[in-house]
Design a protein around this ligand. Structure first.
Ligand code: SF4
Length: 194
């Protein structure tokens, strides 16, 4: 007797209504809406972040879970993961970074166009984790500036999502002038980046 194979036999309605991102604050009237340019740019940027996963070890498995259907980072406009730095704006550093790997990580960061953001995922990327040894970088912020740290060994996908939402928050609120400010130049100079 053939096995009955049926998919999606129970038709489901939408359990929750589709949500649309909230627009920026502004003034509206008959046929017009006025707001700040930086708010519109921030809204577009934060909902279309393209991540570059720089995965070296076990935390990479959690990243795979994050991208799979259950957690589904695509819900936040970030399904377009790439390994081409010039097309990405969020560097996700995932796993143990050996000191030898430091210059390579920095090179990848430099190849990304501004504006770019960095998320350190897991204890190893954030602080060296359990590997307090001569060969492991004790945190990627020794070679590149980091915007958000996600703790855990490994962090659960929920924690990564939380860190990602914090990145979105930073991206959405960032002033268009920040990257041209003296403070930002000083930050880059402290990493010997011109
Ligand atoms: S933080 Fe833990 S799980 Fe992640 S790369 Fe380091 S040892 Fe592996």
């Amino acid at each position: 007797m053939p096995r009955p194979v049926q998919y999606n036999i129970n038709k489901k309605g939408l359990s929750t209504p589709i949500s649309i991102v909230t627009g920026p604050e502004g003034h509206s009237g008959e046929g017009f809406f006025a707001t700040k340019l930086s708010d519109v740019v921030g809204l577009a940027r934060k909902n279309s972040i393209w991540p570059l996963p720089f995965a070296t070890s076990c935390c990479g498995i959690e990243f795979m879970a994050l991208m799979a259907s259950h957690y589904d980072l695509a819900r936040f406009g970030s399904e377009r993961v790439a390994f081409s730095p010039r097309q990405c704006d969020l560097l996700m550093v995932i796993g143990t970074i050996a000191k030898k790997m430091g210059p390579i990580l920095k090179e990848v960061y430099l190849q990304m166009a501004e504006p770019r953001w960095v998320l350190a995922m897991g204890a190893c990327a954030s602080s060296g984790g359990i590997f307090d040894t001569y060969s492991v970088l004790q945190g990627i912020d020794q070679v590149i500036p980091v915007d958000v740290y996600v703790p855990g060994c490994p962090p659960r996908p929920e924690a990564i999502l939380d860190g990602f939402l914090k990145v979105q928050d930073l991206v959405g609120k960032e002033s268009l002038r920040r990257r041209h400010s003296e403070k930002y130049s000083d930050l880059m100079a402290s990493y010997r980046i011109e």
